[in-house]
Design a protein around this ligand. Structure first.
Ligand SMILES: C[S@@+](CC[C@H](N)C(=O)[O-])C[C@H]1O[C@@H](n2cnc3c(N)ncnc32)[C@H](O)[C@@H]1O
Ligand SMILES: Nc1nc2[nH]cc(C(=O)O)c2c(=O)[nH]1
Ligand code: SF4
Ligand SMILES: [Mg+2]
Length: 210
């Protein structure tokens, strides 16, 4: 299978339990909850997205003919070392494209494979780390994984109900955008009220990393 990649770059993971870790980010083009066009945002299923995932024109992006070609791109961006190789597969929605062949090819080059998903599609087997971030009004079928990352506040989501899902870590991440200051206070309030939840700040935005 070929892959449509928006961008691929080396940075530090900014979010969740692995924040601060060196990682290659592999951002697939396309999402099932929003077209990515601003004129469609108000009517999309997910309306707060902070990411451009349209097309294949970003740094390190393009169309890759097969899993081997894309894994080679990830390895090239990581560079020489073989220690603690980590790739974070995101998007857009990665489960539209991420498949066993690509997971195997990345494993073959010594990478731990992490993914960030909205949970509306089943996760591909074999991941080393799965982050699911539920969106209000959508049917989340992937209710197990390593971390559940709730962008907050979101009308129509009850954190108490999410606590029954099968995740090791529960993160609350303030929604970036016009209401960011209030969202940070709401995130703090949730983590203070419910000890299962930890605050995830988007550290890459604070320090100016991609
Ligand atoms: C751009 S999404 C791509 C992966 C996948 N589509 C998803 O939604 O999980 C990556 C992460 O950014 C989060 N995110 C998107 N927009 C955000 C915003 N405005 N503020 C905080 N987090 C946001 C998502 O919830 C998700 O955890
Ligand atoms: N540094 C950095 N960390 C991230 N963690 C999740 C991201 C994403 O867009 O999926 C992201 C991102 O875009 N950049
Ligand atoms: S599901 Fe993820 S990629 Fe899709 S619009 Fe929402 S935050 Fe953006
Ligand atoms: Mg991002």
């Amino acid at each position: 299978m070929s892959y449509a990649v928006k961008e691929c770059f080396l940075t530090l993971q900014g979010e969740g339990c692995q924040a601060g870790s060196r990682a290659v980010f592999l951002r697939f083009a396309g999402c099932n909850l929003w077209s990515g066009r601003e004129q469609d945002r108000a009517t999309a299923q997910c309306r707060f997205c902070d990411t451009d995932f349209v097309g294949t024109d970003g740094a390190g992006g393009g169309r890759f003919v097969d899993a081997a070609a894309l894994a080679a791109q990830v390895e090239r961006l990581w560079g020489a070392g073989t220690e603690r190789r980590l790739v974070v597969v995101t998007g857009g929605e990665p489960m539209l494209q991420l498949d066993a062949a690509l997971v195997d090819a990345l494993h073959g080059r010594g990478f731990r494979v992490a993914a960030e998903s909205n949970g509306t599609l089943p996760a591909v087997p074999g991941l080393d780390w799965l982050c699911v971030s539920p969106k209000a009004g959508t049917e989340v079928v992937q209710r197990s994984g390593d971390e559940l990352k709730l962008v907050w506040p979101q009308d129509g989501i009850d954190p108490a109900e999410l606590e029954a899902w099968d995740f090791t870590h529960f993160l609350v991440q303030p929604m970036d955008g016009a209401g960011r200051a209030a969202a940070v206070q709401a995130g703090i309030a949730l983590a203070m009220a419910r000890p299962k939840w930890r605050l995830s700040l988007q550290a890459h935005k604070v320090v100016g990393l991609a």
